[in-house]
Design a protein around this ligand. Sequence first.
Ligand code: PMP
Length: 390
Amino acid sequence: MDKTIYFDNAATTQISSEVLNKMMPYLTEEYFNPSSLYSRAQKVKNAIEEARKNVAEALGADPNEIYFTSGATESNNWAIHSIVEQNKKNGKQCHIITSKIEHPSVLNVFKKLERDGLEVSYLNVDAEGRVSPEELEKTIKSNTVLVSVMYANNEVGTLQPISELGEICRKHNVVFHTDAVQAIGNVKIDVLHQNIDMLSLSGHKFHAPKGVGALYVRKGLKVENLLFGGGQERGKRAGTENVASIVGLGCAIAEATKDIEVKNRHLKELREMLLSGIKKIPKVKYNGSLEHGLTGTLNFSFEGIEGEGILLLLNSYGICCSSGSACTSGSLDPSHVLLAMGLDHGLAQSSVRISLSKYNTSEEVEKFLEVINPIVERLRKMSPVWNEKI
Ligand code: PMP
């Protein structure tokens, strides 16, 4: 079989060799518990603090504002529950706001809280997948305690007007959380200037390992304990640290944020190739925002056929893509993101996501473009929906 062409970097990325090399000593000779007092253990602790510094630097934050977690699912759950719990303790009937296109690790927390009786609002998005700051402002009420809107969408790559949303939240004294998983290493983030109070990230989306992430919590904002136990993570998230992965995360985020411009230049070239190649196929709809979108995430609907069919045939050529997100791909329901953007069920179900990384090449894009047209033609020939149309 030919070499795999990996175009599913929004699902996960490969660990970079530099990251792996940095991690290896902590999986072998530097195995000490960072909470122990002897100097070799303190060296391990220092490595964690070095990683915390790197994460803080990448976000324009202070190291004391960073908590390591097992990934963004945990960070998102922690952030949302923490704010709700604090307000419940104060006896407040809270109202919380999110968008209709969030990742399930935010959306399903909101749905659960709604089932528990909390007042919840879900912001609409426009045809490009953007939330409107005006709608947010109108939705905020006197009992609103939290707004959680993702930085960049994982299915279509659309970026939200984060600074504007943050400013509105600050003006109304509402906590602003953002799930920035897909944005890290792709856009410059500055939590202070963007009025971000809490931010979630996950290492495996920028060439660190899976199972490690972080939550940023602005100084002065109280965070509830996530796990009770030892004093790790300033007593807020107990448990012996996942040292090697934290070190990997620290290395990867420094690498990813240093290279943002170079990476985007490269991805822009690949994006142009993909856009002009795919445009030649009739009845294809681009889903997302070229102006306000991640350079490396592209989503297309191929009218008249199922996205899953395209994925299977691409797979037979060794090409890995997704329809929707990996976290919802087990479901037969059309993407909630595409439906919120106004697509009908048929178009939403005919979507394919191509997500690139710095490791992808123009040769890989050429190979993809060589096979995509015949794949679409073949599937359309077999499609009753398509044949009815023509
Ligand atoms: N948010 C977004 C936008 C994501 O893309 C993902 C990963 N698919 C997550 C949250 C959850 O990250 P993890 O699975 O690493 O916890």
